[in-house]
Write a protein that binds this ligand. Structure first.
Ligand code: IMP
Length: 202
């Protein structure tokens, strides 16, 4: 396991919600964090069919382009009654010709569950794979998962993506209703991040 010894890190993402959450998680470590956009990077095509594969593409692309270690996040929601969909295609379900529409993606998710008459609770999990890649081609991967259920109607204005329809096990609020600090303490991203810190930062 390689330790992170530098003082600069590129976040290999253009997703504002992820950038906000990962920056908050990195804040205590005194690392200068920049984003892919700060370096004028394009978004590489995510051609793999796994979270790990796509996380690797994004982190290696940014590390090679900037000469700095890069941290990427590939994540998504997997709904059991939909055979794990949307999974790695979570962002794709929101694509429209005018940008991403997550209300549409959440409605699609709920409509498919209704069409299937899926019995409650409509269990699901958020998955996150973090990839820390160095310019020499080395990388480390960390996985986090949080289980819960999909609910309707959408609730809450915090967070991003599918947060308004996901209630984690043991809670009554959706991720969209939760105080962001509470989500940061227990989300799939926080679980993966804790493993990264334990292995690479300590
Ligand atoms: P990708 O990792 O860029 O392929 O996109 C993953 C997608 O999963 C995001 O665009 C979000 O819609 C969704 N997602 C990942 N993490 C979260 C989260 O913490 N809350 C809500 N949606 C999420």
């Amino acid at each position: 396991m390689r330790k992170f010894t530098g003082d600069q890190l590129v976040l290999a993402s253009h997703n504002k919600g992820k950038l906000r959450e990962i920056s908050a998680l990195l804040a205590p470590f005194g690392i200068t964090v920049s984003s892919a956009a700060d370096h004028g990077l394009e978004e590489p095509e995510e051609t793999e069919d796994s979270f790990a594969g796509n996380a690797r593409i994004k982190a290696h692309f940014a590390a090679k382009a900037t000469g700095l270690p890069a941290l990427s996040d590939d994540s998504g929601i997997s709904v059991d009654a939909l055979d794990g969909a949307p999974g790695v295609y979570t962002a794709d379900w929101a694509e429209t010709p005018n940008g991403r529409d997550f209300n549409m993606a959440m409605e699609k998710t709920w409509t498919l569950l209704e069409e299937k008459n899926a019995p409650p609770p409509r269990t699901a999990a958020f998955n996150c794979t973090l990839c820390l890649a160095w310019p020499d081609g080395h990388d480390e991967l960390f996985v986090g998962k949080v289980e819960g259920q999909v609910v309707w109607p959408m609730r809450g204005a915090h967070g991003f993506g599918y947060d308004p329809i996901f209630v984690p096990n043991g809670f009554d609020e959706t991720f969209g209703e939760m105080d962001p600090a509470q989500k940061h303490a227990m989300s799939h991203r926080a679980v993966a991040f804790a493993k990264l810190v334990a292995d690479c930062f300590d």
